[in-house]
Design a protein around this ligand. Structure first.
Ligand SMILES: Nc1nc2c(ncn2[C@@H]2O[C@H](COP(=O)(O)OP(=O)(O)OP(=O)(O)O)[C@@H](O)[C@H]2O)c(=O)[nH]1
Ligand SMILES: [Mg+2]
Length: 445
């Protein structure tokens, strides 16, 4: 595990100067790459996030209840001694690695807690409990901190994200949609959608109706995609006094789904490796696109200078030859007059055309992108992929152009360095991660 993490850190270090020069986001710090496996719990309030965590830990670590219980984030890290620290203590201790959360403001810090677990089956995995999502239209002002941004902060670092829904509000709250759309953008591969509390349904028909509503809402919340992601239908055995054998729904199937979800949670360390590599891949590809589009402006300018140079030369030649002709026809003063007029008119027309073309050619970031990737954009598959990548860097490119007038071009060696990471290093690291995983499985067997 550490070998791959070290390699990723070294490659990020190679990319850092390029990212800095092109005003792109900084690469993840070693502390982020080296972090422990992490599972994030999201969902509307009362969906069962805290109950799920308690179920995993086999202990009532988190408080649960019908009314909104959690109004902040709780980090539950593995540790030998039971701890219960408040936010201020968490963000000021660099050893714990949560310092960056300070940047989200006092309110968040005051709503942050850190606890420890000694669960042997969870091993090194950290769990993050989050406040339930609510229906308020503008929840960020109600919460006192930017909730979607904080969720994104955790989500980017998490290896598995459990997104829980419950029968009461299957995916309809405003905040849920906002988080699915914005905060989890590009992180779908980590997200497991869990429809919890299905034991609450009295009949199959009720379940089917709610499940349909959930699918419908999810399809609208997710960015356009061809398929609907898998949804785990399950429940937690919190009401053990009830006789589950006489339940109108076939609970065994839902028990199995719970085991599958738990299995995914226990796979977090493996996912961690995959995510380190995937994150490096995505970062490098985004950086490449960012730098390529900015570089395109230079290419475009050079081309324009050449074009106007040629146009100017042609005009000069034209004016020169007309004057020459005029001198030749000096005797006929009418001709002289006419040729001078023609020469001046032509020069003026040329200048007008040049001005018009020049004005049109101040390309927007989007146009630069389309110019730089003209050919691959025409291909269906590749085109869609490039456009999706472009949406993820467009704002940064626009901001970079606003911040700086000119950029030094992307050198050939820099381009080679970037390409090598994408085409050689990442596939090699993936293979290595696969091999280490296989070895671990064989050892376990
Ligand atoms: N019937 C049933 N009840 C459940 C299930 N999971 C959780 N509950 C109950 O639902 C209530 C809410 O659960 P919590 O775990 O507190 O939910 P939460 O998502 O942490 O809620 P907030 O912290 O308020 O966001 C509790 O009373 C749980 O006992 C389930 O699968 N079936
Ligand atoms: Mg809770």
């Amino acid at each position: 595990m550490t070998a791959i993490q070290d390699q990723a850190c070294a490659l990020y270090q190679q990319l850092e100067p390029i990212a800095k020069r092109f005003l792109f986001e900084r690469p993840p710090k070693p502390s982020e790459v080296n972090g422990r496996p992490m599972v994030l719990f999201l969902g509307n309030h009362s969906a069962g996030k805290s109950s799920f965590i308690n179920h995993l830990l086999g202990d009532s670590v988190q408080r649960t209840g019908i009314a909104p219980v959690d109004d902040g984030f709780t980090i539950i890290m593995p540790g030998n001694e039971p701890l219960n620290k408040d936010g201020a203590a968490v963000v000021t201790n660099p050893e714990l690695g949560w310092e960056e959360l300070k940047n989200f403001g006092e309110t968040l810090v005051s709503r942050l807690r850190l606890r420890t677990h000694q669960s042997r089956s969870l091993g090194d995995i950290a769990l993050i409990d989050s406040p339930g999502m609510i229906d308020a239209a503008n929840s960020s002002s109600d919460r006192g901190y930017d909730f979607p941004r904080v969720v994104r902060w955790f989500a980017v670092r998490a290896d598995v994200i459990l997104f829980l829904f419950d029968p009461d509000k299957p995916g309809t709250t405003g905040e849920t949609v906002q988080v699915l759309k914005e905060a989890l953008d590009g992180l779908d591969h980590k997200v497991l959608l869990v429809f919890n509390k299905v034991d609450r349904f009295e009949s199959m028909r009720d379940f089917a109706r709610a499940y349909g509503a959930l699918c419908w809402n999810l399809a609208r919340a997710f960015k356009p995609r061809k398929d609907l992601p898998h949804i785990y239908n399950t429940y937690l055995p919190v009401n053990e006094h009830e006789n589950m054998h006489t339940h109108p729904l076939p609970l065994e199937d839902f028990d199995m789904a719970r085991e599958e979800v738990l299995g995914e949670v226990y796979l977090a360390p493996k996912r961690r490796l995959d995510n380190v590599v995937s994150r490096l891949y995505r970062y490098t590809r985004r950086l490449r696109m960012h730098a390529t589009v900015i570089n395109q402006q230079r290419i475009d300018r050079t081309r324009r200078v050449q074009y106007y140079g040629l146009l100017g030369a042609a005009l000069l030649l034209l004016a020169g030859s007309s004057i020459y002709g005029a001198i030749q026809l000096m005797t006929e003063s009418v001709f002289f007059g006419v040729s001078v007029v023609i020469a001046v008119a032509l020069a003026a027309l040329g200048a007008l055309v040049a001005f018009y073309v020049m004005k049109k050619q101040t390309l927007s970031p989007k146009e630069l992108f389309e110019e730089a990737f003209e050919r691959p954009l025409k291909l269906d598959e590749q085109g869609a992929d490039l456009r999706a990548l472009w949406t993820s860097v467009e704002d940064q490119v626009t901001l970079a152009f606003k911040t700086a007038e000119t950029f030094k071009g992307l050198s050939r060696s820099e381009r080679r360095r970037i390409d090598k990471i994408i085409d050689v290093e990442v596939p090699r690291m993936r293979a290595e991660a696969e091999a280490s995983q296989r070895e671990r499985r064989e050892n376990a067997a």
